[in-house]
Design a protein around this ligand. Structure first.
Ligand code: NAD
Length: 376
């Protein structure tokens, strides 16, 4: 078992999620690598004190530069507001560390392009966080789409819905302000999740039409006043893409105002001879379409068929913490050159491509017209 020393910059929601995935690494069977959380940097001392419960995390600092100067740290995971991505990611690479970077990989296309250039120059191993494709149902949908056998693909719908923003009393945070979340708003927030599988399958939009919507213009600021919220909350992208040599419909749905949804990622791929449907709302269920003399939607329970084997019995249902851990297993195995034919994390190129699509979507909505995307 080889230990990989990890530093986390940004110990908020996602920083702690990753730390807890490392803490239960014993769940993974036969994996030759193990992440050891060694250091954490966050501006907030109260956030840092949460990491007291992780004995291996000896360095806790309010300066991420101190973490980067720690020679023990080999891989840095960064989960900070989007306006800080470019500066922090470039500093990580300049410090000679490998990087696991949160989406959207820069606040806009310009930032993502500069990060991609720095990644290529540095030669460091860099991937972008996107965990939902590690659900067993998502893996199966990917394999079915990749391997063909469902006839001509007619339509693909890929999306991510949640609804917590429907509550007008929810306080504003950096994700509701364009200055910190980015002009792309919900696209920056949820777009990489919806695009990961389509991009991995080579289904880049050739043209798209986008509809963007805002929710409440003001929210409580948490200090007794109100804060202006100016980000897009919902985004629908209707695109054309070439799938297995034929033009097909690709619809992407990213919503922070989806009544009733909590954290629902889904994909549906429909062909003339077959189809597949998976949603995290039914985490162990896969729906398969078959066309014969009669037409069937068949339902099966996949259970815990994750890409990396765990001690969890095959009958149980997977969840968000499990796919976070699977994603890290994939990152660390690929870094070691041991991934084989298993599914890899989102690449810097895919993250950059997602921003090209977000930029076209902003243009499409602003001009109320379909936008052609040049071949990248
Ligand atoms: N993969 C996913 O499913 C997923 C889910 C949520 C968020 N995210 C992404 O993770 C990133 C962070 O989101 P979050 O929800 O964890 O945010 P958060 O607000 O909960 O945490 C951000 C943390 O960064 C810290 N921070 C800010 N500036 C810093 C600096 N200069 N140095 C060190 N720490 C600093 C803050 O104090 C805070 O603790 C974003 O890129 C977001 O898009 C990914």
């Amino acid at each position: 078992m080889k230990d990989i020393h990890i530093g986390i910059i940004g110990g908020g929601l996602m920083g702690r999620e990753m730390a807890s995935a490392f803490a239960r690494w014993c769940a993974l069977v036969d994996l030759p690598v193990r992440p050891v959380l060694t250091a954490v940097a966050d501006l907030n001392p109260t956030t840092l004190s949460w990491f007291d419960r992780i004995p291996s995390c000896r360095q806790k600092t309010t300066s991420y530069h101190e973490l980067l100067a720690n020679p023990e740290v080999e891989v840095v995971y960064v989960a900070v507001p989007h306006d800080l991505h470019e500066k922090v990611y470039l500093d990580v690479l300049a410090a000679g560390k490998d990087l696991f970077a949160e989406k959207p990989f820069g606040i806009d296309l310009g930032a993502a392009t500069r990060i991609l250039e720095a990644v290529r120059t540095s030669g460091h191993f860099v991937r972008c966080s996107s965990e939902m494709p590690f659900f067993p149902g998502a893996q199966r949908a990917f394999e079915i789409a990749r391997d063909g056998g469902i006839g001509r693909i007619l339509e693909v719908v890929s999306g991510f819905h949640h609804s917590s923003d429907l509550d007008p009393a929810k306080p504003a945070n950096w994700k509701r302000l364009s200055a910190t979340c980015g002009q792309a708003g919900v696209l920056n927030d949820l777009g990489m999740h919806a695009l990961h599988l389509p991009l991995r399958l080579g289904w880049t939009p050739s043209s798209l039409f986008a509809q963007l919507q805002k929710g409440y213009a003001e929210r409580p600021d948490g200090r007794g006043g109100m804060a202006t919220c100016d980000t897009w909350d919902n985004a629908l992208i209707h695109a054309w893409s070439t799938m297995h040599g034929k033009e097909a419909v690709l619809r992407l749905e990213m919503k922070r105002l989806a009544p009733g949804a909590t954290n629902t990622w889904f994909i549906e791929i429909l062909g003339t001879d077959g189809g597949v449907r998976f949603s995290t709302a039914e985490p162990k269920t896969l729906w398969l379409f078959e066309r014969g003399k009669e037409q069937w939607w068949k339902r099966t329970e996949l259970g815990f068929a994750t890409p990396f084997k765990t001690v969890t019995g095959g009958i149980f249902e997977p969840g968000f913490p499990d796919v976070i851990q699977q994603m890290w297993a994939s990152y660390l195995m690929e870094r070691e050159g041991l991934l084989g034919d298993r599914f890899g994390c989102a690449t810097p190129e895919e993250a950059c491509e997602s921003h090209r699509i977000f930029e076209a979507a902003l243009q499409s909505h602003a001009e109320r017209r379909s936008v052609h995307l040049a071949t990248s």
